[in-house]
Design a protein around this ligand. Structure first.
Ligand code: ASP
Length: 438
């Protein structure tokens, strides 16, 4: 069976990285479909080709010279070409792009050249066939992917004996125009190809060894997550733990194709497997902890609320009319709390409070700011008792005050709100409780 392997920008940042990619691809002959990002940053000072292309576009828009940026792009790619002895692979394409930049040029087309040129270099280096993503990844005019058309295109490719390289991040519209995905979209290209190829697995090669149980900036050397479900990943990434583009999950989820998050710089590390369903496994306590700062809580107090209908709905509708999302809800008998992003709330705070008071006929609306939300995620929570007890006891011992608690009926995670000041300590304390030294 086929494996789809997607390599991120840092995996193709220079010739040394491309050599590692070749080693990885050659180590497993089932790695037949290779997707690449545009060449990314080699180090802190370096630039991503994609960012440079965006800069070219902006400079051109304001009638400013683009040569400085274009030279950086050219130099980065031609250095890879030279160092890997791939002479004359992309010279003509680069020249054509430079000429095209003299006239009107579509943003999506221009930006997609990063993946296109990097893909050409990689395919030649691997000895794999290059396939332009515009021949494989199809959009409808409404922005959705056209799966039947992609399956048909894929079937024409088969059998893939020698392997193919397909640039990530873009596809084409029905009229053939190039259409970009959102930033980081090469992850989605890989995932779509895994779907249409019914791949055995989708490998996402990056520069970290899998997903960690907590943010390494907050917890010292957090453990790696071995297996995580798509639902758990959604919960953790919503709170900021991002390793893969959120939309990359959908194309593989229904077919239960596992995603492997792997490290190009440490290929022997087993990484993290993201799965839909996990058959039999060793139970563990928590899968991971993540959090986000700067939330506000609006607590609406209304006598006899429990005898009425629609009070919570009315308050949410007020927030909706201000384009403020409700992040969490927690209710009691005659009061309820809504957690919202402070940045969204603060500019319209007084209007929001006044309207909620009026429309809900509330006695009071109390507001507190500077709060953090922290999620403790575990698919084992429903089979195990005492987990929330451990969370609260550990926080209590540390004298951390909890402002709000929330858990849905399927028990995938517990969410708590604490003050921003206690954010780091809360994550460390919970981590320590379940995983040891933090
Ligand atoms: N090169 C694009 C970006 O920087 C897409 C990707 O890397 O997935 O966002």
């Amino acid at each position: 069976m086929i494996k789809v392997a997607k390599f991120g920008g840092s995996s193709v940042a220079n010739s040394a990285q491309l050599k590692k990619v070749k080693g990885i691809v050659e180590a497993d002959s089932s790695r037949k479909i290779i997707v690449t990002s545009a060449s990314g940053k080699e180090n802190g000072e370096d630039h991503k080709i994609t960012d440079l292309l965006y800069l070219c576009y902006e400079h051109k828009r304001y009638g400013m010279p683009i040569d400085m940026m274009f030279n950086l792009i050219q130099e980065k790619l031609l250095t890879i070409q030279r160092e890997l002895s791939l002479d004359n692979t992309i010279d003509e394409d680069i020249q054509a792009l430079y000429e095209a930049l003299k006239g009107p040029i579509e943003l999506d087309y221009l930006i997609s050249r990063g993946e296109f040129l990097t893909g050409k270099l990689l395919s030649r280096y691997l000895g794999f066939r290059f396939i332009d993503a515009k021949e494989m990844i199809f959009f409808k005019y409404n922005g959705e992917f056209d799966y039947p058309k992609m399956v048909e295109a894929f079937q024409k490719l088969e059998p893939i004996e020698t392997g193919v390289v397909i640039p990530g991040f873009y596809g084409s519209l029905p009229n053939g125009d190039i259409r970009l995905m959102t930033r980081g979209g090469s992850d989605i290209t890989g995932s779509i190809l895994a779907n249409v190829a019914e791949a055995e697995r989708y490998e996402n090669w990056t520069d970290v060894s899998g997903i960690l149980k907590a943010d390494p900036r907050l917890v010292k050397q957090p453990k790696q997550i071995d297996i995580i479900t798509y639902e758990e990943l959604r919960e953790l990434s919503y709170m900021g733990a991002s390793v893969i583009h959120e939309e990359a999950v959908y194309p593989v989820k229904d077919k239960n194709i596992p995603i492997y998050i792997l490290n190009t710089n440490e290929p022997e590390n087993k990484g993290t497997i993201i799965l839909n369903k996990v058959a039999i496994e060793k139970r563990q306590a928590i899968t991971g902890i993540a959090g986000k700062q700067d939330f506000s809580i609006l607590t609406v107090v209304k006598e006899h609320m429990s005898d009425e209908f629609g009070t919570i709905r009315k308050a949410i509708e007020v927030l909706e009319s201000f384009h403020i999302k409700v992040e969490q809800i927690s209710t009691a008998i005659d009061r309820f709390s809504l957690v919202v992003d402070s940045e969204q709330l603060k500019p319209v705070l007084y209007e929001v409070v006044a309207q909620i008071k009026e429309i809900c006929q509330a006695n009071q609306v109390n507001v507190s700011h500077e709060l953090s939300l922290i999620t403790v995620v575990s698919r084992f929570m429903k089979e195990k008792t005492g987990m929330s007890g451990r969370v609260f006891e550990a926080l209590g011992k540390e004298k951390i005050n909890i402002s709000l608690i929330s858990q849905t009926g399927d028990e995938t995670n517990i969410i708590i709100a604490v003050s921003n000041q206690d954010y780091r300590k809360t994550i460390r304390t919970i981590y320590q409780e379940f995983e040891g030294a933090a």
